[in-house]
Write a protein that binds this ligand. Structure first.
Ligand SMILES: [Zn+2]
Length: 303
């Protein structure tokens, strides 16, 4: 079977808002469709609602389907889940607002399984400037929050930061790996949510990854997107020497428009096939689909 490790989905927020189950639903992601891949792993983000609400929801859903999914905190636990034929479920925080931008609450979220944190969503907060904010960088409070995140350890996600915050974080990481969980190449699609070549190079040299986002708006200026557009972002990052630093961060259940013909996680198989047809070595495709992210999770979380 094909492997799959996706770095970003907003499925928890969708289920909280609209109801429905993780096993089967009419959104982009559910356990039945994810079962087409093995080993399979997914970062479930807390977005838009407090982690005190979405964390317990996640634990309830994982417990209700314990035969199919296991909460994981390390790459080793993800490997074990894969051997057991279960989805390795990781928790992340999309915006420190989900823990009130508070260090003690970040630690509490870590204790309840959260292993990745983005300091902001698109808006500025007390820690940092966001992608659609006033353009500010990391605040002194942000610097100590980041230091705490690193020490727990939690993976630091720069996907929604302003450019200035990005560089402040890159510097504060002191060469340690950090990631953009769901961001594409700005040279291919000029959008503030996408990474410049220099930003991607900084992620590569720190040993992190960028997760390719399937939201059509981040892929192309055109109304509709196709696998060609996804491929253009992968191709661009790979040409910058980053094939070992590309993953998937599909933004399932957090984006309004996927590429044509894509309903959700069930169709990622078609992307795998498409990349093989474009003469990507299967090892590279497997790296992009699973192993690059697993490696980074292992480096940061299995300590
Ligand atoms: Zn996002």
């Amino acid at each position: 079977m094909r492997p799959l490790f996706d770095a970003h989905a907003d499925t928890l927020s969708r289920l909280y808002e609209r109801g429905g189950d993780l096993l089967e639903n009419d959104g982009h992601f559910d356990l039945r469709r994810a079962a087409a891949y093995c080993p399979a792993a997914q970062f479930f983000a807390a977005y838009g609602f407090d982690f005190d609400v979405l964390g317990p929801l996640a634990h309830r859903l994982f417990a209700a389907h314990a035969d199919r999914v296991a909460l994981c905190r390390t790459a080793e636990e993800a490997r074990r889940a894969g051997r057991d034929g279960k989805l390795a479920a990781f928790l992340s925080l999309e915006g420190a607002e989900t823990v009130g931008c508070d260090g003690a609450r970040l630690r509490a979220a870590w204790e309840r399984g959260a292993r990745m944190v983005a300091l902001t969503w698109n808006h500025d907060n007390v820690l940092a400037g966001g992608a659609e904010g006033a353009g500010g960088g990391l605040t002194p409070r942000g610097v100590s929050f980041l230091r705490l995140a690193r020490s727990l350890p939690m993976i630091v996600d720069v996907s929604h930061l302003s450019d200035r915050s990005f560089w402040d974080v890159a510097e504060a990481m002191e060469g340690a790996p950090f990631v953009a969980s769901h961001s594409n190449a700005r040279a291919v699609r000029g959008h503030l949510r996408n990474l410049t070549d220099r930003q991607f190079a900084a992620i590569v040299s720190a040993g992190g990854f960028a997760g390719i986002n399937l939201y059509a708006v981040f892929l192309t200026k055109r109304e509709t997107a196709a696998w060609e557009d996804v491929g253009a972002h992968i191709e661009h990052f790979a040409a910058l020497g980053g094939a070992r630093h590309i993953g998937l961060g599909c933004d399932f259940d957090g984006c309004a428009r996927l590429p044509e013909g894509v309903r959700g996680v069930g169709e990622l198989d078609a992307l795998y096939e498409w990349l093989l047809r474009k003469n990507y070595p299967e090892d590279t495709v497997r790296d992009i689909f699973y192993y690059n992210i697993l490696r980074v999770v292992g480096q940061i979380c299995d300590t």
